[in-house]
Each structure stands twice: as structure tokens, then as C-alpha cells.
Design a protein around this ligand. Structure first.
Ligand code: GDD
Ligand code: MN
Length: 397
């Protein structure tokens, strides 16, 4: 392994936090390894043993931050019994969860290089030097990867877990081109993390993806590694965790595309509303309800459906507003949109008689939907008066 430049540059820098004025401040560690844990006491001796070897064999100046969500399984006693000051335990009792624990660790880490890894030995500590070297070579994110040449997963991975990982990877495509965006084994410089420090807002497990996107990492290097099955304890990856992943992806989408993501959601809801409208209309006509009544009812039902979905998803930041006011406002916005649609369609037909009438109607629809969206965004689903953040920022909170 090549010499770690960063290590020697920073070796004598004093600790910023928690330094004791009476004593000589100990040298600042260069690599901070953040390990989120929940009931991992059986794995910790092996993990710490291998990290200890790494410190010795590679001369790596390394601290470990065990970010434990109050496991009460003997973790605290075990770390205390070690009495090694490079291993620091933080017992967390609030704001629990893997990503939250990692974010907490990111704030407390003192090294200039930060590594994040699991405690269950799925991630080999011996790969840390390769991750660090990738950063030294100028990459702004080093990602332990199972899906690049040389990487692999434990053979016992069932079809379900494999498929699950593949679908999740596909959903991350709009944000990152890496082969293994789901990986929880990665390294970045603290200065890279600081680009996004306050804006991190992950839900669920995918803190690596969150950091790559929010820290605007363009030069990501994937380092192959073999993902071992955990030796003891259980995986905490539940169905609820996967639902949180969808929520996380939506947040990233809003973060990346801002107001456009609200328009995209508005259009998806509108498309679904059209399907509801046609289905209701067919049903009512099938039940021999009069044509006028059927059209009217279909409009009312689809408008109600759209209102509920737009309030819940498209403009979810405005959910604390009065529902009645918003409902009336939304019906008003739709009516205004319909009127605009009517005027534009008919004016275009008169002005360009040679044009296909369908084209005029399409232009009318586009103008109507656009107006409806603008009125909904700026008037109907307004945030509280004293909130000055933009809609996109608000949804990402
Ligand atoms: N503090 C804290 N709080 N730690 C947690 C929590 C929590 O609520 N839930 C899990 N952890 C810790 C575990 O103790 C372990 O060290 C690490 O986070 C990963 O949890 P596992 O339960 O072992 O996750 P996994 O094996 O299903 O998922 C792994 O694979 C994914 C890729 O398929 C993890 O490595 C993920 O990071 C990775 O993205
Ligand atoms: Mn695991």
C-alpha cells in the first residue's frame, strides 16, 4: 500500500473538540471509522480486533466511533473493558436509526478521512486502505462495491434479497451511475461531507447514496470487496425499512429536481385522475345513469381524488393548512384551468382554421394544466406565512 500523505500532514494537528488545557492534546486521528450498531456485541470483538491489526500493520492512525442505539446487550460494558482510547462509544437514545446514527458519527468524527462500515463483518476492514487511497488519488467518494469486477456477495443470498437489491439499485439510477449505490461501506473526506452537513436528511438505510447526492460527488471510485454474510445476530433490514427507502428516493428526487419534481408529481396525479374519471364514467353509463349526470359525477370524483393525492404527495409541505380552504381553492384552480383550456382551444381553432382541432385542444389542455399547477403551487397549497424556505427545500425536510 502506498504512503498515506494525509496521515503525515495532519499527524501533529491538535484535537479541536474536547481538548484538555492541562494536558498535551493527543494527535488528531486521521481516519475516523464510523460503525452504526444495534445489538452487535458478539461481532464487536472481531471487528475491533481486525481494525487493531490494521492500525498495527498499516501504521494507520485510526479512531473508531461505535454509534450504538442503546442496544443494552453488553456493548457498553465490552467497550469499557477494552480501555482503548481509539475506540469511542456513543450510546444514542433518541433519533434512532442506522442513517441517523451515521449522521451523528459524521458530526463527531475528528479525522480528515471518514469511513463508514457495518459492524457485522459484512464489510472487510482490510479494504479500508484501498478506500483511503482512492481519496488520496483525487476521488471525492470511495465506495465499497459488490458489483464491480472483483466484488461479490455471499453465495447464500436468496433470490428475494438479490432481487430486492437489484430493484433498489435501479431506483437509484437517476441519482448515481455507480454499480452499487446501496452499499453501506464507503469513505469520503471530511471536507466533502461538510458540503452538505446541514442538509442531510436520510430516512432508512441508504446514507451512502444520500452523501453521494447531497455532497455532489462526481468522482466516485468503486472498490471491489466480498460481502460476507453476518456471523452472528440478525439483519435489521425489514419491510418497513424498504418502504422508507421509497420515501428516501422521493426526497432525493425533490432535492435534485426542485419545482420540476412537484410538476412531475402533479402530472402523475393528473394522469391517474384521468383514469379514475374514465372508469367512473364507464361505470355510471353502464348503470344507465344519464350522460350529463355521469360526466358531472366523474369530474367530481376524479377532482376529489386528485385533491387528496396532491395534498398528500405533490404539495405535502402544505398539509398543515386548512383542508376546507384548500379544497375550495383547488376546485377554483381546476375551474380556472378548465376555463383557460376552453378559451385557448376555441381561440386557436378560430385563428388557425386549417389546424387539426385535436392540436388546438391539446394546446388548450397544456395551458389549462399549467395554470392549474401554478395556482395550486402558489395560491392553494401555500406553506405557513412565516416559512420562507422554497417548496422544494420544504419537501426535502
Ligand atoms: N445505530 C443503529 N441503529 N445501527 C443500526 C440500526 C439502527 O437502527 N439498524 C442497523 N444498524 C447497524 C447494524 O448493527 C449493522 O452494523 C449495520 O447497521 C447494518 O445493519 P444490518 O442489519 O446488518 O443490515 P443489512 O446487512 O441488511 O444491510 C447491509 O447491506 C446493505 C446492502 O445490501 C448494510 O450494509 C447496509 O449498509 C447496506 O446498504
Ligand atoms: Mn448486515
Amino acid at each position: 500500500m502506498g504512503e498515506l500523505e494525509i496521515k503525515f500532514e495532519e499527524r501533529t494537528a491538535p484535537r479541536e473538540k474536547g481538548s484538555n488545557s492541562c494536558l498535551q492534546a493527543p494527535p488528531r486521528p486521521v481516519v475516523s471509522v464510523i460503525v452504526p450498531t444495534y445489538k452487535e456485541v458478539e461481532n464487536l470483538p472481531f471487528l475491533i480486533g481486525r481494525l487493531r491489526d490494521l492500525r498495527r500493520d498499516n501504521g494507520m492512525d485510526l479512531e473508531v466511533l461505535i454509534m450504538d442505539d442503546d442496544s443494552r446487550d453488553g456493548t457498553r460494558e465490552y467497550i469499557a473493558s477494552l480501555g482503548e482510547d481509539w475506540v469511542r462509544l456513543f450510546t444514542r437514545t433518541t433519533d434512532r436509526g442506522l442513517s441517523r446514527a451515521v449522521c451523528d458519527g459524521l458530526k463527531r468524527a475528528e479525522g480528515d478521512v471518514i469511513v463508514v462500515m457495518d459492524a457485522d463483518l459484512s464489510h472487510p476492514p482490510e479494504a479500508i486502505p484501498a478506500l483511503v487511497q482512492a481519496l488520496e488519488a483525487g476521488h471525492d467518494f470511495a465506495l465499497g462495491s459488490r458489483y464491480v469486477a472483483g466484488g461479490s456477495t455471499h453465495e447464500g443470498w436468496g433470490v428475494f434479497r438479490w432481487l430486492n437489491s437489484k430493484i433498489a439499485t435501479l431506483l437509484a439510477k437517476p441519482f448515481s451511475n455507480v454499480k452499487d449505490p446501496m452499499s453501506g461501506f464507503f469513505a469520503l473526506l471530511r471536507s466533502t461531507y461538510e458540503r452538505a452537513a446541514g442538509g442531510l436528511n436520510p430516512v432508512g438505510y441508504k446514507i451512502g447514496l444520500e452523501l453521494m447526492v447531497k455532497c455532489r460527488c462526481r468522482r466516485v471510485k468503486e472498490i471491489p470487496f466480498h460481502f460476507c454474510e453476518r456471523q452472528s445476530g440478525e439483519s435489521k433490514l425489514s419491510l418497513a425499512e424498504q418502504a422508507r427507502y421509497i420515501k428516501h428516493i422521493r426526497r432525493l428526487f425533490i432535492h435534485k429536481y426542485g419545482t420540476w419534481s412537484h410538476l412531475a408529481q402533479f402530472l402523475v396525479v393528473g394522469g391517474l385522475g384521468t383514469v379514475i374519471n374514465l372508469a367512473t364514467l364507464s361505470l355510471l353509463l353502464g348503470l344507465s345513469v344519464g350522460v350529463k349526470e355521469s360526466i358531472g359525477l366523474a369530474i367530481a370524483i376524479s377532482m376529489g381524488f386528485n385533491f387528496v393525492l396532491n395534498r398528500r404527495f405533490t404539495f405535502d409541505y402544505a398539509r398543515s393548512g386548512s383542508i376546507l380552504k384548500q379544497l375550495f381553492g383547488y376546485v377554483g384552480a381546476c375551474s380556472l384551468g378548465a376555463l383557460c383550456n376552453y378559451i385557448i382551444s376555441s381561440e386557436l381553432m378560430v385563428a388557425f382554421p386549417a389546424l387539426y382541432p385535436q392540436l388546438a385542444v391539446l394546446a388548450g389542455i397544456a395551458a389549462g394544466v399549467g395554470l392549474n399547477f401554478i395556482v395550486s403551487l402558489f395560491a392553494v397549497f401555500k406553506p405557513a406565512v412565516n416559512d420562507t424556505t422554497s417548496p422544494a427545500e420544504r419537501s426535502a425536510i
